[in-house]
Design a protein around this ligand. Sequence first.
Ligand SMILES: [Zn+2]
Ligand SMILES: [Zn+2]
Length: 414
Amino acid sequence: MPNRGALFTFLHRIRWFNLAVLTITPAIGLHGLRSTPLRSYTLAWAAMYYVISMLGYHRLWSHRSYNASRPLQYLLVLMGASAVQGSVYWWARGHRSHHRYTDTPLDPYNAKRGLLYSHIGWMLIKPSVKPGTADISDLKKNEVVQWQHRWYFVIIIVVGYALPAIVAGIIWGDWWGGFYYAGMWRITFVHHSVFSINSLAHYLGETPFDDKKSARDHFVSALLTMGEGYHNFHHQFPMDYRNAVKWYQFDPTKWFIAGCAALRIASHLRVFPQNEVNKAELAMKLKKLRVVQDNIQWPAQAEDLPVVSWESFRKEAQERPLLVVSGFIHDVGDFLDQHPGGRSLIRSHTSKDATAAFCGGVYEHSNAAHNLLSMMRVGVLHGGVEHVDGIAPGERLKIVDKNRSRRRQQAGTY
Ligand SMILES: [Zn+2]
Ligand SMILES: [Zn+2]
């Protein structure tokens, strides 16, 4: 009975507890939608509590991106627990594995396995390969983290389920509304927002700092995750307390941390050197420009052209309109009628060295003219090499792939 065996193995791999939490919570919420009207105070409370739940775990516990005072540490583990997605100890360990082994089978939310898997699949099915190891010695030693881990189930009942109802019930008498909307619906939204950091933030958007891994920056994922959606930056500079580095980007978690620092309950906010951030950004911009550059035709280089004596040049110039500028021989045959200065002017300089005339003697040509002329190169004048200025204006800032040059040198082709 192989099918029965396979079914048994599959059922055995399902994380039933997670499945129950992730389905029963919205199911109860749906019941609330039908049975309890949503009041404006309750909606405001649910939204506020949503923000509180989103701020607790990531940047301090996973990345030590700042130092938090003891009261703030307690506040953060309670705020984070209200999101009902595991203790700090469990969550931060998985997240550190994710950073260390991004996009590999050892990454617990491996984005290479698809959007659905990285969003929720990893929560519902036990992986065939255990997540890669991560150093969590600091979390083992941290009393606040250990306290939260020990009492996690009690804490989530209080801050995840009871508190939302108690606040709404005591202050404006909406016990059930508080339970359904600030409780169940808020938890459902928090779950999928946080899951989006693993799924959407590895799928949607740009890679302004590096494209080696799948992490991406996008405003929509930042909006959903209280600023965690600038994930490309975050994967490059994980210990930085910011995810958004531009002033106009949406990063409430960064603002919250900066606010805590202003209140002196947080300190030592870690910031990666701006020089390195700029370097990463420039490298990606150059990479994009390199694609543009590769789609442009460039002039032949001196080493790729035949070296021609003055006598041969003069002889050849009787057959076709050739002229010398800056040590290069150019065939201007196709250009005679297009020359803005007229055909006769250019004709009067063929079979001669027209460098002085071209570079100011008759007319100081534009960079575009220099670039265009360089495309007409057919040879290098022997003895004129010392005058060769092989770099046309358009290629003075040309991007050179140092790796490619080195490989060509090693292969003897350069
Ligand atoms: Zn990530
Ligand atoms: Zn992270």
